[in-house]
Design a protein around this ligand. Sequence first.
Ligand SMILES: [Fe+2]
Length: 257
Amino acid sequence: MGYIKSAALEETGYVVLDRYNQELDPKEWLDIEYNDWKSSGDTRFAPLASAFGAIECNGFWNHKPPRTDKDGVWIDSQIEKAPNLTRRAQEPGANVGRCRVIELQPNEYADTLYNLHQDDNNRLNPDGTGWVVRGFFNLTDDATSFFVLRENRTDPQGETRIALPAGAQLIVDTQRLWHAATHPGPDPRYCLITSWESGPELDAYIEKYNGVNHVESVEVPQDVLDAGQAEQSRRLAARAAALAARGQAENAVMSEA
Ligand SMILES: [Fe+2]
């Protein structure tokens, strides 16, 4: 039967929507409660919706009973402090699984390439229902930051780098695309990440905000790209060697966010 997916994401795995006027809204992400959750990079997360409404970020399949990343429970104490973020996450009307704000400390392009990962969005997702993708709403005005997307983790060919000013809005099939953010800083970056179920509601939302599935990549000097690629190779090889010495496979220890 197969999953219901968005035609808009079929070719490239992402769409960039119209920019949101972030300046009009209060900085709600500074008021909500964060917990430490190791993802790609030095991060903390503040959940707005979680498996059972607690302030935690675990995959829904790690709870009892295990279930897929849908039907997230809104956390009253958080959404009271962040009504605009909640409204934006709910605006498409698509089923929401996890919804949280990520806080990312500064990093470099080479770190990003090492941090590239795919999300485990569709574990236990029943065949014939909507494929889970993620929305990324950039909250801080990170003028020099960009989201890196690759079809293949180690292949720079076709890499897309999407700018992250305040109000940038992306929807990404993060189970398909390898992804991570480059954030030079100096301050932390904040971004609202929402798991949405694909379907007519999400399609209508993408259309309403003029989603485009190709954007110009942020320019990065070739020597920085090359150095980042070399550093990714070096770090991945070092990690593989360390894991081999401990008798573990890499995917046994990769964290997922
Ligand atoms: Fe991710």
